[in-house]
Write a protein that binds this ligand. Sequence first.
Ligand code: APR
Length: 260
Amino acid sequence: MNATEARRRAREIIAESSALAVLTGAGVSAESGVPTFRGAGGLWRGRNAWELATPEAFRRDPAEVWEFYEARLSGLRRVAPNEGHRALAALEATRDRFWLLTQNVDGLHRDAGSRNVFELHGTIRVARCSDCALETATEAALRDWSPGGIPRCEACLAHLRPAVVWFGESLPAAALRAADEAIRSCDTFLVVGTSGLVQPAASFAFQARRRGARVVEVNPQETPITQVADVSLRGPSGAELPALLGKEERTLLTPRTADG
Ligand code: APR
């Protein structure tokens, strides 16, 4: 299938879908300027994210782990959702049955207007007490923070930690339930910008496919998910996702005027 044929087929599948599940990964935020984990710019001080995103790293050196997340959060203050995020919000607005499962912790899907979003790996915007589990906005927790510091819980003074899922930890139960429902109920499973290497999200498309869903992939690179995809669009999601929209959905993408 050439690229034009693939786009036509993918548009057709999305138009026919009445129960659409979407899984996104870091690639959907790449065009907003957020580096992916396994691509260029994925290192922090020469280290991979997954060396710091672990309970062991936090036990060993919580101040360093907070420096890493503070750097990511300040990067996020300068970015905005891109056309790919906005296209997914437009797809949702025209459908009754829609699930957006994301591995991203950046919050950009909600900023773009997506509503039925399930953050499988938590969110960087919330910090949680490592002892009493009280949650607080990360921005507020870091207000008086400086490198070397560890924000503390207002209630019990234990260390706060980012409310993200670290390697080896279980995913939030509500997000897992939503993923299960989406996989069982969807007729189409759209996978965007994930390398498909981290479980359990990596297996969702395979499960949906086994239950009879069509699978559409958007990723400039081939991934393990490609083998179960009916169609793979080999371009950036900021261009490929808007091209999937129907006429009614495209009107929802009209840029907003300066006064909103
Ligand atoms: N549009 C679409 N996809 C893109 C784009 C783009 N503009 N740019 C890059 N990609 C693709 C890459 O080809 C790659 O397959 O996005 C994918 C990003 O892969 P990863 O960096 O591995 O990110 P992700 O799959 O989200 O990682 C999963 O691993 O480190 C953990 O918890 C972290 O949630 C993360 C999980």
